[in-house]
Each structure stands twice: as structure tokens, then as C-alpha cells.
Write a protein that binds this ligand. Sequence first.
Ligand code: ADP
Ligand code: MG
Length: 453
Amino acid sequence: MENINALHESFWESSLLELKKTLPSHAIGAWFEPIVPKELRGNVIKLEVPNAFFCDWINSHYKKQLIGALYNSSGKKIHYEFIVSTKEPDVSSSTLSSPSAQEKKQSFMSRNNVNRQYRFDNFIEGSNNEFAKNAARAVSENPGSNNFNPLIIYGGVGLGKTHLMHAIANGAIEKNINTNAVVVTSEKFTLDFVNSLRKNKTIEFAQQYRSADLLLVDDIQFFRGKEQTQEQFFHTFNVLYQNGKQIVMTTDTSPEQMQGLQSRLLSRFNSGLSVDVQPPNFELRVAILLEKAEQNKLTLDYKAIEFIARHIKNNIRDLEGTIIRILAKSSLLNREIDFDLVNSVVKERAGGKVYGDITMEDVVKKVSRMSNIPPKEIIGKSRKMEIVEARHMSIYLCREIIGASLSSIGIHFGGRDHTTIMHSINQVNNKIKSDIKVNDSIVNLKEQIEELL
Ligand code: ADP
Ligand code: MG
């Protein structure tokens, strides 16, 4: 079977997702993401760590969580064993000597920090992220030399910010192999700074970051309240900016809404471009599921894909996690991947809620109650503005919540063809963005429909 080789990998990925539920992201980034799963045999997983320090640290700080995560993603007790990697050690912990050695190490480090899996070619585009993707690509092609400096990518969790950031670095390195792209999380930046203070190496710290051609800092919201780190970052920012170097940052809110960052830092951000990533709509969710299933060599029929897309809606990480979970569950329990298995994974991940039982009538009824327009009118032919609006909303919700096909919606709404239905959905999509009242009504209706479950 194809999947068997990747079993330890998919199992580890699913354990990582479990860990993410219990540990802060800096712990995941620092201690768990560097781990490479090597083998899963019986109930023992072998995990390769970069150095012996990892074993001690994880055992003394995160043992319980790790065991718990392994348990949760398999349903049985799995033991772990560490293997210490024999590859070149992590340079950030070794001392920096001559400049040329430092340069060499630095380029090694920067390449190392860039996740090769996060590229533009596997970043799926939809209306929620296309602007962000285009801006990121422009920056990646000409770092520092357009007006998008700094580039700030903001939005909720799991929507692709980190992916885009690494894609920028990958793209820039691909174009020019000598690009010194320094990718760092804000926690790592803080940690490096604190360590440099402790070891009297602030000059090296400054050099390391200020020699970047492209500095990419992930999740800068964690600079919040860290005055001294912000101070350092401010200086680093200025030096790079003045030398025409590119800075890219990601964060959870738009710069205008950012709190806890010094205003002089925020005002620097205004000179560049901020772009947002929004939650994926139904079509993008389907596209992403198809892609992720293929990447993981998982064959799912379209019905299963639609079913997942209908229920797992908030972010892309969840969609990906669902695919991995399906794989892991099927491998570990030695079960065929059938609709029942998919259903059970989705139920588990969606917190027990599935929309399978809601009908288009239910949706229309809810809209009718809210708008005071009888269901018959909603699915009828009237062109009166408020009726058309209620109709559009109903159609949108049938698609979004039930995931009904365009033609079946068309049939339910008095025999309209699929392009008309598509048009209605687009109208609502546009209005949600521009009209807060429409947005509120949709949110409200979704809540009411969820109550039916
Ligand atoms: P964020 O940093 O916004 O929390 P990530 O960049 O970590 O989100 O994305 C979460 C996961 O979803 C990653 O594995 C990423 O590769 C994947 N992902 C996000 N957006 C897309 C997309 N548009 N196409 C393909 N994969 C995506
Ligand atoms: Mg991220």
C-alpha cells in the first residue's frame, strides 16, 4: 500500500496538530517542528531531534503533552524514542567566529529556516487570499525594490500567512541564490535577543539580523509588551529599510488595530503595504482538500470532499488536519477509508456537529422568519428588492451550509439555472464584505441554523 511509507509521517503530523491544541506556538516552533519522525513500529515511534539538548528539554517540559498527543492521535498508548541527528548542528547555538565563517553559517541557517514545502506553486488561490498572494509574489520577485516595504500579511489562524511568508523567501532564493533571507518567528527574534544580552553578544545579534537582504518575521503580535525587543526590532527595521532591504511581517490583526506595539514602530508599518487573508469560501475549501488529498496520496470521492468542506470551515490548517487524521486513523485502525470513517473524523473535528440533516426548506424557513417574507415568495419569481435579497441570502446559505450543488439549489428555487444561482451567491459574497448589515444577518442566520442540530 502506498500510504504505509508515510505512516510515521502522517501520524507525527497528526500528533503535532494535537500538540498545537495544548502548547503555545513558540513551544511548537522551537521544540516540535524541528523533529523528524523516522519510524513507527508497533507502539513505538522514533523521533529524530537536532541535538541531545532537545531530549532533555522535551522530557523535562513537555513529556506529558507529548504522550497525550501521541495517545490522542492514535487512540492507544504510543511510546517515543529520541534519536539525535548526526547532521550539522544548529548554528544559532554555536559561537560565531570569523566573518566569513559567520557568513557561511548564516546562509546555512537562513536556508535552513525556510520551509521548502511552503511555496507559491502549492498555495491555492481564492478570492480570500489572491491579493495577498499577488503582493507576496511581487515582493518575492523584487525584494526591497517596490513600494511594498514592509509587506504585512495579516489575518486569523491557519489561513496561510506563514505559508506565504516562506513562499516569499523560497521565491527570492530561487531567483537569486545569494539572497540572504532570514526567516524568524517573533519569539525566536526575542529569544535570540535575550540570549545575546545574556552572553554579551548583542553586536553579533545585530549583525546577524542586519545583514539580511530579506527579513521575514512571523507573528509579530508576540512583540506585544516586550519593550526592549521592540526597540531592537525598530533599529533592525530602520537599518534594513534604509538600505533598501525587504521586510515582511505577519500578524493577527491589521496594523490599525494592533495593540501593544510602540507607535513609532506602527508608523513605520504604514509606509508599506498591508494585505489580509480571509477564511476560505466553499469552493476554495474543496480545491484545498483535493490538493491536500493528492499530496498525501489519499483517494477520496467527491462526496466525501464536499462533506468535509461543508463542515470544516474556519481555516485551512483544520482542513489539512482532517485529511491527515483520516489517513492516520485508517492506517492505525487498519480500516478502509469509506464514508463512515470520513464521517467519524469530521464529526470529531467539528465538535459533533454535522449539517447532513439540514434541508433547503429549513434554510428558507429561517430566512423567512428573519425577513418576514413567506417561503413561497422567497423561492418565487418576485423582483421586489427585499424579496430578492432574502432569496439571495437563502441561496447563499444553502450553498455555504448545506453545500448543495448549484443545480439542486436552482431546482429548489423555482427552476433557476446554475449561472443565476452562482450570480446570487457572488452578490452575497460581495455584500458581506461591503455591508455590515448583510454580514450581521448572515452570521445571525448561520447561528440560528446551527441551533437546528
Ligand atoms: P497561518 O500562518 O495563517 O496561521 P499557515 O500558513 O500556517 O497559517 O497555514 C496552515 C496550513 O494550511 C499550512 O500547512 C499551509 O500550507 C496550509 N495552507 C494555508 N493556506 C493555503 C493555501 N491557500 N493553499 C494551500 N495550502 C494552504
Ligand atoms: Mg503562522
